[in-house]
Each structure stands twice: as structure tokens, then as C-alpha cells.
Design a protein around this ligand. Structure first.
Ligand code: CP3
Length: 351
């Protein structure tokens, strides 16, 4: 007798997000699609990042590549946090080796006119790609995502990637009225983009506030968290688990949890049991192997993977991931070892 085909409702990833028991530890990687895969580099040859994001055929294929190769427990849509901004007309590009670059950086109230509301008509290719992907993925859930208001604002104000966020902070501290107006717009756009993806069939969403670790807790609570909460609230009625992630956010973890997501992503600086104690029992955690360990000797990598699984046992739900994205020069073989080891790790009574 053949066993019945697995269903989306059997997903260990979704169970862990909901803090339900799992039969196997779920694992996926931020930036699992991308330059670390030769099959990705081959497909992207001669096509710019943003052009590739607007082609449902390519989005579907690139999103599926790591799922096929590694057997990870979730797919993440191939797109970028600046795709919705580009879609509503902001003049920007993604420069290889640099990141998003904005032609005219934002600095005044008048600039807000360049941020109209986003609707599905602005991103038909995302809607189409997700519908195609959900059909192809079957029992594997698809994660949709958006950039959080702070991280998006940092690119718009700095005009590109920035180490210390001086312009962003100067505007945030110097002109709080403009700051709140800007983050309010971005929260609306991020929320709408998450909603488009969930309504097209994404099973979970992740809000990336990658650079918010640049802020002290009190400023995060006063100047950022309410806007992130509004972006997350835009999909609250759709029943999809929400993940909220940032880098260097050890001091912010509790406040990030309070912004409303069911899962808090943790970077590699705080052990998962410590992070979970800060976040509280009402939320699952995701993370947090240091991506640099992918370059360490195999025994060291394996020992750290098992230590991460072990720390995850002290949390109410754990999704294994890296503490940040897969580096472009990572060895796919190392990632495969991580997936296989996480999957073979014993599931304890507390998991
Ligand atoms: O596999 C996945 O995780 C899904 C795809 C994804 C991309 N970007 C594809 C991408 C996701 C989730 C993102 C989110 C994103 N984009 C974030 C948040 C996540 C994080 O890493 O903190 C941020 C900050 C960005 C902005 C951005 N876009 C950066 C910093 C870069 C890298 C620039 C470079 O070339 O080093 C990009 C470009 C980008 N986004 C690439 C990919 C696969 C590489 C571009 C290429 O292959 O040419």
C-alpha cells in the first residue's frame, strides 16, 4: 500500500510556527535562493535582479531550486524588499555586490508623494508567481515577505546601503513628524504587499527589519514598533503565521515579539533559549546558526547545528534557520549537511 501524499496541513514548518508538536525539526534558510546556487547563476545570466523578479516563470523556477535541491521545509518567494517600492514608481535599482540604490533619496514631506498606496495591480507578477508556485509546491509551504518600515526607510533616506544610518537617524530624531509620516506610508505599503502574497496563497509571511538592530530599545518602541505592528496587522485576519526578523536585535527581541508576529527570528548573537526567555512563551522562534559556520570544518559545523537544535528545545516552537542570509559564496554541500542533520536530530517530548 502506498502512503497518502503529504498535505500542506502536515507541514512541520507551519506546526512549529503555531507552537504545535512536530514529527521532525523544520528547517529553511533566509536567502536559500540566490548566488550560492550554480543553477541560479545560470538562470540569471544576462537578466537584472529586478527584471527577474517581474517574471513569474523565473520567480517560480528560482524559488523552487533550493526546495528541490535541499529538501527544506519551506520555500521563500524569490523577490526583494524593494520590489514593492519599484512597483509604485520609486526610481531605484539593485546593484550587484552593493544592494538597493535609490536615485533621489528621501528628505522632505514632498517626497511622500512618491509613495502612493500599493495594490495587487502594481504587482501582478507577484500574484501570478505565487499562484503558480503554490500549485507546484504541493505540501511545501511558501513564505511571502516584505521589508519592514525602518529598513525600507533606511534605503530611501540613505539612497543605498549604509553602515551607521546617519541620515536615517538624523531624520528620525530631528524631524519626528516627517519620520512618522514616512513610516506610516511604508507600513501601509509593506502591509499591502504581505496581503497580496497571503491572498495569492502564501502560507506564512516574514517581515524583514534587517537593520533595526541599529536602534536602542526606547527609540525602537517609540519610533518604529507601532509602524511594524501596523504592517503585521494587515494580514492578522488571514490566519497565516507571521515571522518578524532583524539582525543585531538582542536588546529588541521582546519588543519585536509584542509587535504582533507569531514567530520571532533571532540572529546568531543570542542563544535561542536566552532569546526565547526574552520573547516569552507565546511566540515561537526562528534561527539562528551563524552563517560563517558554513565555512568551518564539518565537525565544528555539525556540533553547532546540534547545539542550535538543543537550544531550540527550550522554546515553545523552533524553526531552524541561519542567523542571517546564506552568503553568496557558501558551499551548497554545507547547507545540505545542515538540512540532513537537522532532519535526523531526535525530536524530544518538549518539541
Ligand atoms: O531566498 C530568499 O531569501 C528570497 C529572496 C530574497 C532576496 N532578497 C533576493 C535577493 C529576500 C528574502 C530578500 C530580502 C532582502 N533584500 C533583505 C532582507 C533580508 C536580509 O538579508 O537581511 C534586504 C536587506 C534586501 C536588500 C538587498 N537586496 C541586498 C542587501 C542585496 C544584496 C546585494 C548584493 O549583491 O550583495 C540585494 C540583492 C538580492 N536580493 C540578491 C538576491 C538573490 C542578490 C542579487 C543577485 O543575485 O544579483
Amino acid at each position: 500500500m502506498t502512503s497518502p501524499a503529504p498535505l500542506l496541513s502536515d507541514s512541520t514548518f507551519l506546526a512549529a510556527c503555531r507552537r504545535e508538536p512536530v514529527t521532525r525539526h523544520p528547517v529553511w534558510f533566509m536567502r536559500q535562493a540566490g548566488r550560492s546556487l550554480p543553477e541560479y547563476r545560470a538562470l540569471r545570466e544576462g537578466i537584472s535582479m529586478l527584471d527577474s523578479c517581474a517574471r513569474p516563470d523565473l520567480v517560480t523556477e528560482i524559488t523552487l531550486q533550493p526546495v528541490r535541491r535541499y529538501g527544506v521545509d519551506a520555500a521563500i518567494l524569490y523577490s526583494d524588499i524593494v520590489v514593492p517600492l519599484k512597483a509604485i514608481g520609486v526610481d531605484l535599482d539593485i546593484v550587484p555586490g552593493v544592494g538597493p540604490v535609490v536615485a533621489q533619496p528621501f528628505s522632505s514631506m514632498g517626497d511622500l508623494d512618491r509613495l502612493p498606496d500599493l495594490t495587487v495591480a502594481d504587482v501582478p507578477y507577484v500574484d501570478q508567481a505565487i499562484r503558480q508556485l503554490v500549485a507546484e509546491l504541493g505540501s511545501t509551504p511558501l513564505i511571502g515577505f516584505a521589508g519592514a518600515p525602518y529598513t525600507l526607510a533606511s534605503y530611501l533616506i540613505e539612497g543605498g546601503p549604509s553602515k551607521n544610518h546617519e541620515r536615517t537617524k538624523a531624520l528620525m530624531y530631528g524631524d519626528p513628524v516627517l519620520w512618522h509620516a514616512l513610516l506610516d506610508r511604508l507600513a501601509g505599503i509593506a502591509g499591502a504587499f504581505l496581503r497580496v502574497q497571503a491572498q495569492a496563497g502564501a502560507s506564512a509571511v516574514q517581515l524583514f527589519d534587517s537593520w533595526v538592530g541599529a536602534l536602542p530599545l526606547a527609540d525602537y518602541r517609540a519610533l518604529v514598533a507601532p509602524h511594524s505592528a501596523r504592517a503585521l496587522a494587515a494580514v492578522a485576519d488571514l490566519g497565516v503565521p507571521r515571522i518578524h526578523f532583524g539582525v543585531g536585535t538582542g536588546e529588541l527581541l521582546a519588543a519585536m515579539g509584542e509587535a504582533g508576529a507569531e514567530v520571532v527570528g533571532v540572529d546568531f548573537r543570542v542563544p535561542l533559549d536566552v532569546a526565547s526567555a526574552r520573547i516569552g512563551p507565546a511566540r515561537a522562534v526562528q534561527g539562528n546558526l551563524d552563517p560563517a559556520l558554513l565555512f568551518a570544518p564539518t565537525e565544528v559545523l555539525e556540533q553547532r547545528v546540534l547545539a542550535t537544535v538543543e537550544a531550540g528545545r527550550a522554546t515553545p516552537g523552533h524553526i531552524f534557520n541561519l542567523g542571517h542570509g546564506v552568503p553568496p559564496n557558501a558551499d551548497p554541500g554545507a547547507l545540505q549537511r545542515v538540512v540532513d542533520l537537522v532532519h535526523s536530530a531526535e525530536v524530544g517530548a518538549g518539541d
